[in-house]
Design a protein around this ligand. Structure first.
Ligand SMILES: *[C@@H]1O[C@H](CO)[C@@H](O)[C@H](O)[C@H]1NC(C)=O
Ligand SMILES: *[C@@H]1O[C@H](CO)[C@@H](O)[C@H](O)[C@H]1NC(C)=O
Ligand SMILES: *[C@@H]1O[C@H](CO)[C@@H](O)[C@H](O)[C@H]1NC(C)=O
Ligand SMILES: *[C@@H]1O[C@H](CO)[C@@H](O)[C@H](O)[C@H]1NC(C)=O
Length: 416
């Protein structure tokens, strides 16, 4: 249902996934999406723009979203404290590191997850009746690891897709739907890309029972399933896009796992609070073909296991069903010989291809000042040459005019 190439195997394998006969869990990296939020944007005839519907304005985590993330925290607690003895149930700074992109919804989501994961116990209870303790969530503006930057190579790859046959064909297939949306929204959307923010808005509202009379159930489903999945593919759906969109993350993951394997001291659980595009990039980076839109609070867990001298990587994906039920499935990666896990080396070979180095980033992503300067310098040089030539012509002509009454152009003509 979700991924075709990295296919998700049935729950039966999931049961066989835990009896960790001898193998022990050493390190986990989790990337998750924020919870239910208000829309990205609005449109001309949007009936649900007021504070009554979205009290915090656009792009903000809702109470429903907080609860989804809290449940994700409880899920992680069950999986990594109860089923596997990876973490102590008491919060220990040495065991966990949390990083979030610098947006309200992801920061708040990380805090909600931590509330589910680490309710204070014993002497960590600091205020009577409060089921919460402060735990740091690190962030940085333009977080490179989480792909929060502009990249020219990525923008170019997206432009190329925008010009592709696939894009025009898909737009053509959805022409009638786009027209209907235009008629009812008062907008003038032209392509499948253009209607994506409208679909996001309709989806967000549907999660809060704010319906649009003119949008049928089937049409709303296009907005919740196909349109966002297509948008994800459009934005991040190739190895190249995944590399330029999330390459520092792959490099970081490689380093964290190598460190864990080499017994360098580090945290056992690293949590990254991020976006649908982050999860989509992750899957496409691993070679997936067409990824369904990651639901709110979906999480992909990459686990490092040790079985005697053998090191293994296992992946699992947690999402929510349409009625909000938790679904957890192992992720099978194409290119790994075993159906249940990847050997350490196999996995590293796969993510090596999509790692991004600083130099590659500077080269392909940044339109650096130096590059801009060199263009500016060339223009300046050419301009000064032209000005110099003009000036000398003028001076020359003035001198000649002074010495002879012949017009300048004849002088040139005579001279050549
Ligand atoms: C968890 O931490 C507590 C407090 O530091 C310690 O007493 C306990 O032994 C730890 N539990 C495990 C299983 O390591
Ligand atoms: C566009 O590409 C996606 C992803 O490969 C594919 O699933 C879809 O069928 C293609 N659509 C068309 C109209 O070619
Ligand atoms: C939407 O309606 C359903 C069914 O009546 C209800 O269970 C749910 O709580 C409502 N959701 C919101 C956000 O109001
Ligand atoms: C990997 O990410 C962690 C958390 O942000 C950071 O402490 C570490 O320096 C990063 N390493 C690399 C090589 O980016």
């Amino acid at each position: 249902m979700l991924l075709s190439n990295i296919c998700l195997v049935s729950n039966i394998i999931f049961l066989a996934f835990y009896p960790s006969n001898g193998a022990s869990l050493k390190k986990v990296i989790v990337v998750f999406r924020h919870g239910d939020r208000s829309p990205i944007g609005t449109y001309k005839n949007d009936p649900y723009i007021t504070e009554e519907y979205w009290p915090q304005g656009l792009l903000q985590l809702t109470q429903k979203g907080m609860y989804q993330e809290y449940n994700l925290g409880k899920f992680l607690k069950k999986r990594y404290m109860m089923n596997e003895n990876l973490l102590n149930s008491t919060y220990k700074k040495s065991e966990i590191f949390v990083e979030s992109t610098d947006t309200d919804r992801t920061l708040m989501s990380a805090q909600s997850v931590l509330n589910g994961l680490y309710p204070p116990v014993g002497n960590q209870i600091w205020r009577k009746g409060l089921d919460w303790q402060p735990i740091p969530v690190h962030t940085t503006t333009y977080d490179l690891i989480l792909g929060d930057y502009e990249c020219k190579a990525l923008a170019d790859a997206i432009s190329e897709t925008r010009k592709s046959k696939n894009f025009t064909e898909t737009t053509k297939m959805y022409k009638k739907f786009i027209n209907k949306i235009n008629t009812n929204t008062g907008e003038n959307y032209k392509t499948i890309e253009d209607i994506s923010p409208f679909c996001d808005n309709a989806f967000c509202n549907s999660q809060h029972n704010n319906t649009l009379k003119w949008l049928s159930h089937e049409e709303l489903e296009k907005c919740t399933d196909f349109v966002p999945a297509y948008d994800g593919w459009f934005q991040r759906g190739s190895e190249k896009k995944a590399k330029y969109g999330l390459g520092f993350f792959f490099a970081n993951m490689s380093e964290l796992f190598h460190n864990a394997k080499d017994h360098k001291i580090q945290r056992k659980l690293t949590l990254f609070s991020a976006h649908d595009t982050t999860i989509i990039s992750f899957f496409y980076g691993l070679g997936a073909k067409f990824v369904a839109q990651p639901t709110y609070s979906s999480a992909v867990m990459t686990e490092l296991w040790q079985d005697k001298n053998e090191w293994q990587i296992k992946l699992a994906y947690r999402t929510l069903s349409k009625d909000g039920k938790e679904i957890v499935k192992p992720v099978k990666v194409k290119g790994c010989s075993n159906s249940e896990f990847c050997s350490f080396d196999e996995f590293m070979k796969i993510i090596d291809k999509v790692k991004l180095t600083r130099d590659e980033y500077n080269d392909a992503c940044v339109e650096t000042e130096v590059k801009k300067l060199s263009v500016a310098t060339i223009i300046a040089i050419v301009a000064s040459i032209i000005i110099c030539l003009l000036a000398s012509f003028l001076v020359l002509s003035w001198l000649r005019r002074k010495s002879s009454p012949t017009p300048f152009y004849t002088a040139i003509h005579r001279g050549s």
